[in-house]
Design a protein around this ligand. Structure first.
Ligand code: KIV
Length: 296
């Protein structure tokens, strides 16, 4: 194969129709077709999310809370994020896979941030990384872009700043704070960001940012005017064991579904009705099962 004969998402044995790219997200923004995004952290759920046709899958550091049981996103490590990102990568064919940079992986220096981000592309097959924060991230975003690493930024309620914010609080509620968010969004776009997540901010502020930026905005608790929406998978299906935030809409109750499946299984084991004959293996007829068993 010549080096100019690029294998694209549309050719070869594992052809995928309509592979999502930042260019296709951009086209969605331009034609005002909403972008769908969800978090996912493992093979099984990522397959379901991808096969359902969601555009963007975020391996969010929210996994620290909904998968690992921590009470914030802060403790999750690079190695843990890589481990989950690889599982998601194995499952996803069509959606754009974005991985969250965990707290501490880009806060010490820009050089360390770039090196850590490169690991997500090289070792886990991520197509982009996400970083939280405003104008202070511009240098990092520029350097990542120079290093061919697409970056999704994250503005507003940024969970890694929980201690600075004094809790998980809606941001941008005063005129000055709203103007800061709008300025930050403009600066991050100018620095090279490919998209921006807008979390926990007044709908009007998110609408203004969305109309000003050329790159797509993806909202969570930021109103309906964003170019797309994202939710945490476990919130969507009631698996997060916490009171849902105002912006969460639950579409299924996997907690009840799983609980009743587990109770049904326990009941059948205790009643010796599981496994039944059709779920058991038997000696082939020609091995004279009865004789063998008698001799034993
Ligand atoms: O980690 C995460 O799940 C996120 C989303 C809430 C956007 O950052």
């Amino acid at each position: 194969m010549s080096i100019t004969n690029f294998r694209s998402a549309d050719s070869g044995a594992h052809a995928v129709t309509g592979k999502v790219t930042f260019q296709s997200l951009q086209e969605k923004k331009q034609s005002t077709r909403p972008i769908t995004a969800l978090t996912a952290y493992d093979y099984a759920t990522s397959r379901i999310v991808d096969e359902a046709g969601v555009d963007l899958i975020l391996v969010g550091d929210s996994l620290a809370m909904v998968v690992m049981g921590y009470d914030s996103t802060l403790p999750v490590t690079m190695d843990e994020m890589l481990h989950h990102a690889r599982a998601v990568r194995r499952a996803v064919k069509r959606a754009l896979v974005v991985v969250d940079m965990p707290y501490g992986s880009y806060h010490v220096s820009v050089a360390e941030g770039v090196a850590n981000a490169a690991r997500f592309l090289k070792e886990a097959g991520a197509e982009a990384v996400k970083v939280e924060g405003g104008a202070t991230r511009c240098e990092l975003v520029e350097r990542l872009t120079d290093a061919e690493i697409p970056v999704v930024c994250h503005l507003g309620l940024t969970p890694q700043a929980v201690h600075r914010m004094g809790g998980y609080k809606v941001q941008g509620k005063t005129l000055a704070a709203a103007e800061d968010l709008i300025r930050d969004a403009r600066m991050l776009e100018a620095a090279g960001a490919s998209a921006v997540v807008l979390e926990g901010m007044p709908r009007e502020v998110a609408a203004k940012i969305t109309s000003e930026l050329h790159i797509p905005t993806i909202g969570i608790g930021a109103g309906v005017d964003c170019d797309g929406q994202i939710l945490v998978f476990h919130d969507l299906v009631n698996l997060s064991f916490s009171r849902p935030a105002k912006f969460v809409r639950q579409y299924a109750d996997a907690s009840s579904l799983f609980r009743s499946a587990i109770e049904g299984y326990m009941h059948d084991v205790e009643a010796r009705s599981f496994p039944d004959e059709s779920e058991s293996y038997h000696l082939p007829k020609d091995t004279m099962a009865a004789q063998l068993l008698r001799k034993a």
